[in-house]
Design a protein around this ligand. Structure first.
Ligand SMILES: *[C@@H]1O[C@H](CO)[C@@H](O)[C@H](O)[C@H]1NC(C)=O
Ligand SMILES: *[C@@H]1O[C@H](CO)[C@@H](O)[C@H](O)[C@H]1NC(C)=O
Ligand SMILES: *[C@@H]1O[C@H](CO)[C@@H](O)[C@H](O)[C@H]1NC(C)=O
Ligand SMILES: CC(=O)N[C@H]1CO[C@H](CO)[C@@H](O)[C@@H]1O
Length: 441
């Protein structure tokens, strides 16, 4: 009897463990908190009702059968809910029952059993927290060791999975089109779930190597100046500013990921046009001065750097030092421009990197991107389009689509974007196209 109950408990705690794992992995922290709170509430109610049921009979002398019932009743109502947080309530209720000190040894035993369960449950939760923290590190490590990666790509998605659309998926498609033997680590708080797996399934089915993984910021930022910045942010001594934090975290995350692992970072609104594997330690200019022909603004949508590159360290230091969550671009494109302008002004420093011209990654400015989505309407426009296309094919590695500037634009058949997508697709069924893409070899 006792034996079978114990095995039952083991099974129960194992089931609980699995349940918690599956929940914790897929829920944002706030939801998790709410869930635990609800459980707590539910539990306190169940304990309350247990009192009402059982205390009156205790006052009178109990027959053995009633005893059985009480015992049974108590143990089921108590084993129904499991969580270390809830057990505080149970202990108090147990004290009340014990005051009746009818069958006190049995209650003693039960109390010990609960105590064991408290310990085992909190151990599970502690273990889980450690596991969650180690998950990023170990998963990335095992992914990299078991896949032989010709090159390593990073993308970040610190946003809901629902907002990861067709265009974002196409960035992955174009990346693998020209780097079929590379690896992609998709650092995302929302991708590490069923729905994310579904989006990535076609790629994985094709044997392409992609790992969606939740960021462990404490681990990723460790031993960089970002660590202190993150600490301050967590403690609330740093104002996150009026702007959503996601983009700013993404601005920092890309720098630190490359610093830690080295590789190629891509924004999720980029179409790759050719292999990037010959590029090392490069950043792209998005604009050049019309007179001096020198760059006037750099961008951080595409970054290719070796591990531990000193320029990345400068970027990270600058981020931690000057973060301002209220100014658009301050921690992103303006940051990289600021840092490199400073380096160029001190001629003694050679950090070993190149600035590529806008044609490399930003061949079209954000305020002209519309033209790339339109089909030509007359011969003049058609001629312009073919010339532009030939130039792109020759000089451009990737086209940045400027996020919101083009998000709602409809891709017209025959437009530049249509032609580029036809050339860079693997599945060629992008739903942002209202017609079928023809596969171009
Ligand atoms: C209840 O327990 C106390 C001490 O634990 C004992 O002194 C008392 O006699 C018990 N009462 C009954 C009714 O058994
Ligand atoms: C495109 O094709 C892939 C692979 O066949 C499929 O998994 C995916 O659902 C398709 N997407 C659309 C939008 O049709
Ligand atoms: C072609 O169309 C554009 C815009 O629709 C117009 O501005 C341009 O004048 C046209 N050119 C010719 C030669 O018709
Ligand atoms: C300082 C800084 O770059 N803040 C950025 C935070 O993210 C928002 C977008 O969500 C940007 O607009 C801000 O520029």
């Amino acid at each position: 009897m006792e034996q079978s109950k114990r095995t039952e408990q083991v099974v129960l705690s194992q089931r609980l463990k699995r349940l918690i794992v599956s929940f914790v992995c897929c829920l944002p922290m706030s939801l998790l908190g709410l869930l635990l709170m609800l459980l707590l509430l539910y539990n306190s109610f169940s304990v309350f009702s247990f009192h009402l049921d059982t205390i009156p009979p205790v006052k009178s002398t109990l027959s053995p059968t009633q005893h059985q019932i009480l015992h049974h009743h108590a143990s089921t109502s108590l084993s129904e809910s499991d969580s270390s947080l809830l057990l505080v309530v149970k202990e108090t209720s147990l004290g009340l029952v014990q005051r009746q000190n009818d069958s006190s040894t049995r209650l003693e035993r039960r109390k010990r059993r609960f105590k064991r369960r408290i310990d085992s449950t909190s151990a599970i939760i502690q273990h889980l927290q450690v596991k969650l923290r180690q998950r990023f590190k170990t998963r990335v490590k095992s992914f990299l060791s078991k896949s032989s990666c010709e090159s390593l790509f990073f993308m970040t998605w610190i946003s809901s999975i629902e907002s990861f659309g067709d265009r974002e998926r196409f960035t992955i498609e174009s990346l693998f089109k020209f780097h079929p033997n590379s690896c992609l680590i998709l650092v995302s708080n929302s991708f590490d779930c069923d729905r994310g797996t579904l989006i990535l399934k076609p790629f994985i089915d094709k044997g392409l190597k992609v790992l969606p993984v939740k960021p462990d910021f404490a681990y990723i930022f460790k031993d960089t100046s970002a660590e202190k910045w993150f600490e301050r942010l967590k403690k609330g001594t740093l104002s996150p500013g009026g702007i959503p934090l996601e983009q700013n975290l993404s601005n920092l995350l890309r720098l630190v990921l490359l610093y830690r692992y080295g590789g190629i970072y891509l924004d999720t609104d980029v179409i790759i046009l050719k292999p990037l594997t010959d590029l090392h330690n490069v950043i792209g200019a998005q604009a050049v001065d019309a007179v001096t022909r020198k760059w006037s603004r750099l961008n951080n949508a595409v970054l290719i750097f070796d591990k531990n590159h000193p320029l990345l360290k400068r970027f990270i230091d600058e981020f931690s030092r000057t973060f301002n969550g209220n100014k658009w671009g301050h921690n992103g494109p303006y940051l990289v421009s600021r840092v490199i302008a400073r380096i160029n002004n001190s001629p003694s420093s050679d950090l070993g990197f190149s600035v590529l011209p806008p044609s490399a990654f930003y061949p079209v400015d954000w305020n002209r991107i519309k033209g790339f989505y339109r089909a030509p309407t007359n011969e003049t426009e058609a001629n312009w389009l073919w010339k532009r296309l030939a130039h792109l094919r020759k000089n451009t590695f990737a086209v940045h689509l400027w996020n919101r500037e083009s998000k709602k634009l409809r891709i017209e058949k025959g437009s530049i974007i249509h032609q580029l997508m036809s050339h860079s697709c693997i599945f060629c069924n992008s739903s942002s196209l209202h017609f079928k893409l023809k596969h171009v070899k």
